[in-house]
Design a protein around this ligand. Structure first.
Ligand code: GDP
Length: 456
């Protein structure tokens, strides 16, 4: 059952009315908070080792692996559902032996459910990293403390700077910097302080506030300062908390519950005896079992049959939660990463043309009108081009300094019109940050990050 969606750009560009929810059970749950974390850093800095250790030590359920096995055995022969994108990624991942898909693992601490979104570090896979970051509340930046390794990841071409910049532009304000492999430098305090100083200088220059940076010396391999504070005498100079304790005590950001439902879909698969399962994160509002909802941009009406959070059936799920939703629908439908399950009364806008306020980043040559780009918005990937360069803005005060410029140069801020090949879900940045932020790439390089200011 597809419904025709009203294309009212005037409405698209307005703020949403707030929605009232009355969730009794919610009050009981107050003590358990949900937090999403993304792990970024240069390749080989130790991200997988860290996550592996955390999971081993905390006996975690690996959501992705559980579903992967299910998927591989069960989706064969179901041609009405197109899972190619899922299988392709697994295939590429297997051949390269590195993490390129966003996997997630949930770890329970005393006060929180923490979802770790494991992002890849390989240069080709910055897009996958972007997906992880858009879903995160905090980022863990893993830095290699070994001699020369920090410098390798930090200099031009290394991913440390690019990742830190993207994380910031995608709206994650708070960074936990883990200086890893401290065992290789015999827990040398001077080495730690030197890296901390260099990174603080860089991170504050791209807009992080010094108060929002926390540095922890760790050894992922030997699990020092991870789940427990290190008892090594040579690490005794560190007076802060271990990673787990830190995460457990960090405040959880407030989230927009009283907005229309928005569930960002990042995976879908067919399960025998059940049907279509979608995996996603609730970005706005609340999703209830046995309710009707809409999948966009298709305009497909579906019934939410069952909701699972960490393999436990729940009656509803709210903003910030990663869930599996069993949906029932009458017609075949191709669902892609980046599609959105939303409220029928307030569907998410879909468009091909929109205005973006863009910050250009480490350009090797200027961006011209007509430039072919790939745009990433939440977990969607959309090929397109720069339709118009409207103006260059003053970075400090946002005032227009030049109208209709020929190009955008390195580190400039500009207003552009972007046109993408197919309609995609999007929101004004002012309404929904996670659907209003975009990353533009050209020929595998990130050229800028921006926010949607007008849907045209
Ligand atoms: P990723 O690419 O960031 O996921 O890095 P990996 O977790 O695959 O680690 C890269 C290499 O560094 C592996 O050989 C790890 O065994 C090693 N490694 C990770 N953490 C540590 C550590 O704390 N100390 C030492 N000595 N080696 C480590």
């Amino acid at each position: 059952e597809y419904i025709k969606i009203e294309r009212d750009v005037v409405k698209f560009n307005q703020a949403y009315p707030s929605v009232e929810y009355d969730i009794e059970a919610d009050k009981k749950e107050e003590n358990v908070k949900n937090m999403n974390l993304v792990i970024v850093g240069h390749v080989d800095s130790g991200k997988s080792t860290l996550v592996g250790h955390l999971c081993h030590l905390k006996k975690v359920i690996d959501q992705k692996l559980a579903h992967k096995n299910e998927k591989e055995s069960k989706n064969i022969g179901k041609e009405s559902f197109k899972f190619a994108w899922v299988n392709d990624e697994f295939e590429a991942e297997r051949q390269r032996g590195i993490t390129i898909d966003i996997g997630y693992k949930v770890i329970q601490t005393k006060n929180k459910n923490i979802t770790f979104l494991d992002a890849p570090g390989h240069k080709d896979f910055v897009p996958n990293m972007i997906q992880g970051v858009t879903q995160a509340d905090y980022a863990l930046l893993v830095i290699e403390g070994s001699l020369q390794a920090f410098e390798r990841g930090f200099e031009f071409g290394g991913q440390t700077k690019e990742h830190a910049f993207l994380v910031k532009q995608l709206g994650v304000q708070r960074l936990i910097v883990l200086i890893n492999k401290m065992d290789t430098v015999n827990w040398d305090r001077n080495r730690f302080e030197y890296i901390k100083l260099e990174l603080t200088r860089f991170l504050t220059s791209i807009g992080y506030s010094e108060d929002n940076l926390i540095f922890v010396p760790i050894s992922a391999f030997y699990a020092e300062n991870i789940v427990e504070k290190s008892k090594l005498p040579e690490a005794g100079w560190y007076e802060g908390k271990c990673l787990m304790e830190l995460l457990d005590t960090l405040p959880v950001p407030t989230r927009p519950v009283n907005t229309p439902l928005r569930l960002n879909i990042y995976n879908s698969f067919y399960q025998k005896n059940k049907g279509l399962i979608i995996q996603g994160k609730v970005e706005g509002g609340v999703i209830f079992e046995k309710s009707k909802a809409l999948i966009m941009p298709q305009g497909l009406v579906v019934t939410v049959k069952e909701i699972n959070r960490e393999n436990v059936k729940v009656k509803y799920a709210k903003v910030g939660e990663n869930i599996d939703v069993h949906i029932v629908h009458k017609e075949d439908c191709e669902i892609r990463s980046g599609d959105v399950l939303c409220s029928i009364e307030h569907p998410i806008p879909i468009s091909r043309i929109f205005e973006v306020e863009l910050s250009a980043f480490e350009l090797s040559y200027p961006i011209l009108k007509g430039a072919q780009i790939v745009m990433y918005i939440n977990t969607a990937k959309c090929p397109g081009y720069i339709k118009k360069i409207t103006a260059i803005l003053d970075k400090a005060n946002g005032q227009i300094t030049k109208k209709n410029p020929k190009c955008i140069r390195n580190n400039e801020c500009a207003i552009v019109e972007v046109c993408i090949e197919k309609e995609n879900c999007m929101e004004l940045f002012s309404n929904f940050k996670s659907f209003g932020r975009v990353v533009l790439r050209e020929k595998m390089n990130t050229i800028g990050v921006g926010s949607i200011t007008k849907i045209l």
